[in-house]
Unconditional design. Structure first.
Length: 355
């Protein structure tokens, strides 16, 4: 373990920033996965958010001079710890990681290569695989939209980058520090605000592992996270010129979260009727406001619509679902969805773009 105060003799190409609060065993496994990277030119900045468990012992026990430790005097939260790590990072590229996640060995190498080949892109994430909370077995990988225009348009519905898989240009992260007003939804807010000025993308490769457990922030602070997400989504809709009712806002968030009123969303005919009108309203509003690329938003709306129809099979049956899908909001949405399916080649690959 080394302290951050002495200047380094050589600047690394990548800084890996890891905020942590307790969980020394998980942190050790996370750091081990970083040290096993095929890309070797990096440093690691661990920001201990006033843990009550032995984080210093984990970092020191690695015996690797590339791993540095900062400790907050008081518990400041993930967003503030992230910002401190970004400010302390020496490299021009910053890889973000959570202390309870794992890096696949090629992650840093592939992201550095992508950003070098695409200088217009400021932030790039990857696909990832979640582990079952109970058994620890790998579940189906989660794929996010790849191209910048699709990433930006899908931010209207959901967080289209998985924060612990992201690599970004340090200058951009410093220009847009995480806003603590959004609490545990700060990462979603980060991408929304950065996307107004820079391009964001994702790689199709699975380069991260998400370990679900009872102390995940999303598990412990679910209610607060949902409240902060609602604030952010309302801001995006208002910017589009759409003032949602509280009910519209809850239904809009459920389109991507697949949870409505605390239960798994299996859409019925009433919900489909609302969604048809709502998606058409968003597309019409964007034609006037020009907040998102219209073609990209049309494709995103088509993906949302088809996914919703598929989830409605349990409530209304496949025949009714086919009628609804054929109806489609905004007339051309089904055609756009069909073109999307055709380009992706199969339903399995269609899911790879995030829906």
């Amino acid at each position: 373990m080394t302290e951050m105060s002495p200047p380094q003799q050589r600047t690394p190409r990548v800084s890996v920033v890891i905020p942590v609060y307790n969980g020394p065993q998980l942190l050790h496994q996370a750091l081990t996965s970083v040290l096993a990277q095929s890309w070797r030119d990096f440093e690691v900045v661990v920001v201990d958010d006033a843990s009550t468990q032995d984080i210093a012992g984990v970092v020191g026990g690695l015996g690797d001079a590339r791993v540095h430790l900062l400790r907050n005097a008081v518990n400041a939260g993930v967003a503030a710890s992230h910002n401190r790590g970004v400010e302390a990072a020496a490299a021009d590229l910053i890889a973000i990681m959570d202390s309870d996640e794992l890096m696949h060995p090629q992650r840093l190498a592939q992201q550095v290569d992508y950003l070098d080949r695409n200088p217009e892109v400021a932030v790039v994430g990857t696909a990832y695989v979640p582990l079952d909370r109970v058994t620890g077995a790998p579940k189906r990988p989660v794929y996010n939209p790849l191209k910048p225009q699709r990433v930006r348009s899908e931010l209207l519905f959901r967080c289209a980058l998985h924060r612990p898989t992201v690599m970004a240009r340090a200058a951009v992260l410093r220009a847009f520090p995480s806003d603590t007003r959004y609490g545990h939804a700060h990462d979603y807010a980060d991408w929304v605000h950065i996307a107004d000025h820079h391009s964001l993308a994702n790689l199709p490769q699975v380069l991260g592992t998400y370990r679900k457990h009872s102390t995940n922030i999303t598990s412990v602070h679910r209610t607060q996270t949902e409240a902060h997400r609602s604030v952010l989504v309302r801001e995006m809709l208002l910017r589009l010129g759409v003032e949602p009712s509280d009910e519209d806002l809850r239904k809009h968030i459920a389109l991507a979260a697949k949870v409505y009123d605390g239960e798994r969303l299996y859409a019925d005919a009433d919900y489909l009727e609302w969604a048809s009108r709502w998606l058409s309203r968003l597309l019409a509003a964007n034609r006037d406001a020009s907040v998102y690329p219209q073609d990209a938003l049309q494709q995103t709306a088509a993906s949302v619509w088809l996914a919703l129809c598929l989830r409605a099979r349990r409530r209304i049956g496949p025949t009714a679902v086919a009628r609804w899908a054929a109806k489609g909001p905004a007339g051309g949405m089904l055609r756009a969805a069909g073109e999307l399916l055709k380009r992706q080649g199969s339903r399995r690959n269609w899911l790879r773009v995030g829906w």
